[in-house]
Design a protein around this ligand. Structure first.
Ligand SMILES: NC(=O)c1ccc[n+]([C@@H]2O[C@H](COP(=O)([O-])OP(=O)(O)OC[C@H]3O[C@@H](n4cnc5c(N)ncnc54)[C@H](O)[C@@H]3O)[C@@H](O)[C@H]2O)c1
Length: 271
């Protein structure tokens, strides 16, 4: 993968466990230049913890060119980030959307009891923001550019516990396909990476701990995937190496999605 001379925006780094950080590191190590955003800090948080957690990472990388606050639920924030990106970079070649949120109470509820407000919140942050950011990026995306978003298997099949977020991921995957169509004539590709469970802030809230053992037994490769493996494939989708791939959901889950039975887990059930 080559990113020399390529520039882009990374949305969704919260800390060093974030999938967005794993992808950004691959891109920067391959010569790409990245701009980053962080969730704005509350005005009364004197320690500016959200910014600090991300700047501790970006400060170590010469190719991390800027760090701006952005609440993706706010159109003004999105506008400001993309206009500052244009000022600093001119055109961009890639955009990573690695953002999701649902209220803990709604995630914990059976899907049937999802609240109306919780549904709107989860869909707004986890789905609409892809459309909004793609629209803001459209005028500054170079031909040959790429957008990638992060999804999970719970959008394709019922994964108990993933609940309202599964509905969001199904909508996100549909949004990705429609964006691939809209941006195709401009030479811009749009894809989704469907990762297996990874220990992150969002992952923990969505029940990753329980999934890790299951994947170890059920995934054809017999283990979980690493941050680095997800990072490399995310960078691949944002690089010219994947030219020709668009509207795709690429699974980095050790093959778990390909199973139609519990596989080797059955041996344990038989015991
Ligand atoms: N961890 C996993 O197992 C896993 C598996 C498959 C897919 N994913 C997806 O990967 C993506 C990244 O999650 P992660 O696991 O790296 O966790 P994470 O907590 O590190 O990242 C989630 C990011 O979303 C951001 N975010 C939330 N609300 C926002 C808002 N209003 N405006 C701007 N940013 C906001 C957070 O600041 C954070 O940076 C998510 O879409 C998640 O659903 C995660």
């Amino acid at each position: 993968m080559q990113f020399k001379g390529k520039k882009g925006l990374i949305l969704g780094v919260a800390n060093d466990h974030s999938i967005a950080w794993a992808i950004a590191k691959e891109i920067m190590d391959a010569g790409g230049e990245c701009g980053f955003t962080h969730l704005p800090d509350r005005p009364d948080d004197e320690r500016q913890r959200n910014r600090r957690r991300v700047s501790q990472l970006t400060d170590q990388y010469e190719n991390a060119k800027f760090l701006l606050p952005m609440d993706a639920q706010k159109d003004d924030d999105i506008r400001s980030v993309f206009s500052q990106t244009e000022e600093k970079f001119g055109k961009i070649d890639f955009l990573l959307h690695s953002i999701a949120f649902a209220d803990r109470e709604d995630l914990a509820r059976d899907t049937i009891h999802t609240s109306r407000d919780g549904f709107k919140l989860a869909m707004d942050v986890s789905v609409y923001t892809l459309l909004a950011c793609a629209a803001a990026a459209k005028p500054i995306l170079n031909p040959g550019g790429a957008i990638a978003t992060m999804t999970y298997f719970g959008g394709e099949k019922c994964v108990p516990g993933y609940n309202v977020m599964g509905i969001c991921k199904a909508a996100l995957e549909a949004a990705m396909r429609y964006l691939a169509y809209d941006l195709g004539p401009q030479g811009v590709r749009v894809n989704a990476l469907s990762a297996g469970p990874i220990r992150t802030l969002a992952g923990r809230a969505a029940g990753v701990e329980e999934m890790l053992k299951l994947y170890e037994y059920m995934a054809p490769i017999g283990r979980n995937v690493s941050h680095e493996e997800v990072g490399r494939t995310g960078a691949f989708l944002l690089s010219e190496a994947s030219s020709g791939v668009t509207g795709e959901i690429l699974h980095v889950d050790g093959g778990y999605h390909a199973m139609g039975s519990p596989g080797r887990l059955l041996d344990r059930v038989k015991d």
